[in-house]
Design a protein around this ligand. Structure first.
Ligand code: HEM
Length: 413
């Protein structure tokens, strides 16, 4: 896989946007979403045994950061088949067909298939060795819907055409990239669907007419709606750390997915130094981070501080950083969760599909509770949202937990 210099990718988009603005190109988006004509097809035997083992298939930038595919689709499904063992071949057939249709990688298609506690509840088989509780509210004050879908399929590719086509054929059957794909239509119904994107320039290209985001505010090369890049190599868990090690589902992982709505009017009233204080930590310099994180290498530069230290940070700066609240959970220098979150403009709203992989859902829960910072709000000058990391800019709509089994068990485990 060729290493890719993100800065070059970002400059490429800036140049393309400039040409489009000058009328030399019909529209930049047409260049980035060219359909699937040049997408390589694949060989199922080349896929790794762990569904979530994407990192070796992803391009890396000069600092070794894995670059997520740019385009994502999420399909929440209900299993409506009557006979799970009879339906397994059908389901596995559809996923194997997809693997034949697209090469495993950002230039083709990556995907995971996960199953919720509601799905497993139907069968009287204990989930030995897997921590997969239903995803309720984090605390009494949180009002979120809980996922009742059985299955979540996460599709990712650099080609928007590929994720859209893969989603369509999974639901309706037909050809994908010249390969016939069996559909899941007899055994599933669709509950919800979201698309997302991540990567330099895409948020600015998709910022028109969105609730929660003043048009033209996002930096033209920024990878997310809040401007700053996230998911640096050394502030992510390694894939081994999030892999279930024992029992029937060894080689799998758990996935937490929350749908967040962003409210960024005030965010863009702040200068970059203030944004960095809220997102990273108040003692970081814009010179080291950059206006949209472009100066970071493979680490976010945030030093871990314990709970007492966080209170001192508030006393000194009046604000505590999002990453700063979570850095104390690092093990051997790395967080216990692997984030694969993307920005979303679905339903005319600035949003995020936050995807976290971890061995035990408890690993996620501990961090997410720390992010809520209720203890800090009770004991210091920050509010339950205001100056408490980035909480002021988020509203959580929906959360769900899923088990992503090893690939050999991905069909109705
Ligand atoms: C809109 C929502 C969010 C945004 C924009 C966001 C953005 C960021 C950014 C820019 C960083 C610093 C760069 C990096 O280390 O990758 C970061 C770090 C981090 N975020 Fe978030 N994040 C969001 C939600 C969450 C949620 C829901 C969690 C779940 C607990 C989370 C967990 C983490 C962790 C574990 C780190 C690294 C902490 C460390 O330095 O050890 N984030 N996030």
């Amino acid at each position: 896989m060729l290493p890719r210099d993100d800065a070059v990718g970002m400059r490429r988009r800036s140049v393309l946007r400039g040409l489009a603005a000058a009328g030399a190109l019909p529209a930049v988006s047409a260049c980035l979403t060219t359909g699937t004509g040049d997408v390589p097809s694949g060989d199922p035997s080349e896929r790794p045994a762990r569904q979530h083992a994407w990192n070796d298939l992803l391009e890396r930038d000069d600092h070794g950061n894995a670059r997520l595919p740019e385009r994502h689709a999420f399909l929440w499904l209900s299993y409506v088949g009557a006979d799970r063992s009879a339906d397994r071949d059908r389901v596995e057939g559809a996923f194997t067909d997809l693997e034949r249709a697209y090469r495993a990688g950002s230039d083709g298609l990556l995907f995971t298939v996960g199953y919720s506690p509601a799905y497993f509840d139907r069968y009287d088989e204990p989930l030995e060795g897997v921590d997969l509780p239903p995803a309720g509210p984090l605390h009494d004050g949180e009002h979120v819907a809980t996922d009742d879908a059985d299955v979540l399929v996460h599709l990712a590719s650099d080609h928007l055409g590929a994720v859209q086509e893969a989603a369509r054929v999974l639901l309706d059957g037909g050809e994908a990239n010249g390969t016939a794909v069996r559909s899941l239509s007899d055994v599933v119904t669709i509950v919800r669907r979201r698309e997302g994107f991540v990567g330099g320039g895409l948020p600015a290209e998709n910022d028109a007419n969105l609730q929660g985001l003043p048009e033209g505010s996002v930096h033209e090369d920024a990878p997310t709606f809040m401007n700053f890049r996230s998911g640096l190599r050394r502030t992510q868990a390694p894939e081994d750390r999030v892999t279930i090690e024992e029992g029937r589902f060894a080689g799998g992982t758990t996935q937490h997915v929350e749908l967040l709505r962003l409210q960024l009017q005030e965010w863009f009233d702040h200068p970059p130094a203030q944004q960095i204080a809220h997102l990273f930590a108040p003692d970081l310099d814009v010179e080291d981070v950059g206006e949209y994180g472009e100066r970071l290498a493979d680490h976010n530069g945030v030093e871990p501080v314990d709970e007492r230290g966080l209170r001192e940070v508030v006393a000194e700066h009046g604000v505590v950083g999002h990453a700063q609240k979570l850095a104390r959970f690092r093990e051997d220098g790395r967080p216990p969760i692997l984030r694969r979150d993307v920005t979303s403009a679905d339903n005319g709203e600035a949003g995020m599909v936050f995807v976290s992989l971890q061995r035990d859902v408890a690993d996620f829960r501990a961090l997410r509770l720390a992010m809520e910072g209720l203890d800090l709000a009770a004991e210091t000058a920050v509010g339950e949202r205001r100056d408490n990391g980035i909480l002021q800019y988020l509203r959580n709509r929906h959360r769900g937990n899923f088990l992503i089994p090893p690939r050999e068990l991905r069909a109705l485990p």
